[in-house]
Design a protein around this ligand. Structure first.
Ligand code: PHE
Length: 477
């Protein structure tokens, strides 16, 4: 049945176009900005292993499920869930899953755009060759210099506002362009270019004095660091952070991948395409770590510097390497492009729903959402300066130091996305008929591959998500 339907918003020109777009959604600030700094905050190796396990055992199966839902429903996530639930005789409430995703997408994009704005702001900074100064100053001053450049930026609400606004304006323009015009074309050239620049940077990192120390930090597995972050009290928070990061980095649990699945041409193998996306995404995150940590240790920086980590470290490297201002400028341009290709997928579910159901034009729908998100973004901007002392949940243990930005990030990555993923897994693996699901995957329910995937989705993923949730609340400690 679903095979004859296509989405009213258009369709990818080929299977490869879908892979490129989905990779564009997955690869972004999550890999290059977030992965290194939360790995740093959570002690390194053990966190990385848990993250990789979450990607393989939860992320990949859930991504297949999400694409499959989109491909069958051919609509925005809200309507896809409504249509498929109705078709199977299940509760209308399943469309709330779509709503959860739309809200998560709104909240994520509101801060994502601010951080992407940092990357934009660093383009002129690097182009000006200001960081060449690190070659002539005493080694001890290098870290302070990089830190002060960053703090000057985030301490200035007006500058942040400028770059955030620019980022949102371009995002809106790209989403208005629609499936083929905007989304597809943008990503095609950027991904390979980003990959090449990352490889160049890995080459640089390999020649820093502390490359091995960086490797050890990332790959020496010491679970004490994950579970006993302060040496004494047991904590399940690191586990939750690793799972949240897997969902965030793979763009899962909020409908971004589902809505892209809705634009998938009929004969495209979901298993192969999603595997390609997951592998590419993971590779970029690992490469980013391999670049950042050696630079951190070689320059006496702090691994747990938090959200500023990438902005503290990379400019120093660019200052020191030949043609650094060229590579540095290029790097931040590519990072901004990678952020844009993720941002459009954060906005698309809401826009698609407004077009389908409220019958707004694509232009009006995108502008309305974009402006609302832009305004919410101000809360994040102020979290780094005039509101940096506001800690709304400071009465709760573990939340004492969380700013509004920290809370939005925590709520979305660690709670909303895994919750979305949990319900997607339950819906596809427990409620949908195996035969229907197998048809969408172009396979038979009896093949080994299908049974393995179904088992992961039915038992492993939901149980893991629930256990990790309970763990973090402390119920299981
Ligand atoms: N995966 C994107 C990144 O790593 C962020 C994202 C999350 C995009 C959720 C869409 C949905 O930067």
């Amino acid at each position: 049945m679903s095979r004859e339907k296509t989405s009213i918003h258009g369709e990818w020109s080929s299977r490869l176009a879908f892979i490129i777009a989905a990779t564009g959604s997955a690869v972004g600030l999550g890999n290059i900005w977030k992965f290194p700094y939360i790995t740093g905050e959570n002690g390194g190796g053990a966190f990385v292993i848990v993250y990789l396990l979450c990607v393989a055992m939860i992320g990949l199966p859930v991504m297949m499920a999400e694409v499959l839902l989109g491909k069958r429903g051919r609509s925005s996530p809200i309507n896809t869930m409504r249509i498929i639930a109705k078709e199977g005789g299940h509760s209308r409430l399943w469309q709330l899953l779509g709503w959860l995703g739309v809200i998560a997408g709104f909240l994520i994009l509101s801060y994502y755009s601010v951080i992407a704005g940092w990357a934009l702001a660093y383009i002129p900074t690097l182009a000006s060759d200001m960081f060449a100064a690190v070659n002539t100053m005493p080694q001890n001053d290098v870290a302070d210099f990089a830190g002060s450049v960053f703090n000057n930026l985030v301490g200035d609400p007006l500058r942040l506002m400028f770059w955030h606004s620019l980022f949102m304006m371009v995002t809106i323009t790209m989403v208005i362009g629609g499936v083929r015009g905007g989304l597809e074309r943008a990503v095609q050239f950027m991904m390979p270019a980003l990959f090449i620049v990352l490889l160049v940077l890995v080459g640089y990192a390999m020649n820093t004095p502390e490359f091995m120390k960086g490797l050890h930090f990332m790959f020496d597995v010491d679970f004490n660091k994950l579970f006993y972050p302060n040496g004494e009290d047991w904590s399940g928070k690191g586990l939750l952070a690793a799972m949240g990061q897997a969902f965030f980095s793979l763009s899962l649990g909020m409908g971004a991948i589902m809505v892209y699945g809705a634009y998938l041409p009929k004969q495209a193998s979901i298993a192969q395409t999603t595997t390609a996306v997951v592998v590419a995404d993971t590779l970029v995150a690992i490469l980013a770590g391999l670049i950042i940590f050696p630079i951190v240790f070689s320059n006496g920086l702090e691994v747990n510097a938090g959200p500023g980590l990438v902005f503290h470290t990379l400019p120093i490297a660019f200052g020191q390497m030949p043609f650094g201002s060229v590579f540095g400028t290029l790097f931040f341009v590519l990072l901004a492009l990678a952020a844009w290709s993720s941002a459009i997928s954060l906005l698309e579910p809401a826009v698609a729903w407004l077009v389908e159901t409220v019958k707004l034009s694509r232009v009006t729908a995108t502008m309305a959402c974009g402006v609302a998100i832009w305004l919410v973004g101000f809360a994040t901007i102020y979290s780094f300066n005039i509101w940096s002392d506001i800690k709304p949940l400071s009465m709760l243990s573990g939340f004492e130091n969380k700013t509004i930005f920290d809370l939005i990030d925590y709520l979305t990555s660690n709670i909303m996305l895994p919750l979305g993923g949990l319900f997607i897994a339950i819906f596809v693996a427990w409620l949908m008929k195996r035969q229907i699901v197998a048809n969408e995957l172009d396979t038979s329910p009896d093949t080994l591959g299908f049974r393995f995937w179904h088992f992961l989705l039915r038992y492993v993923a939901p149980i893991a998500v629930i256990l990790i949730f309970l763990n973090a609340i402390g119920v299981l400690s």
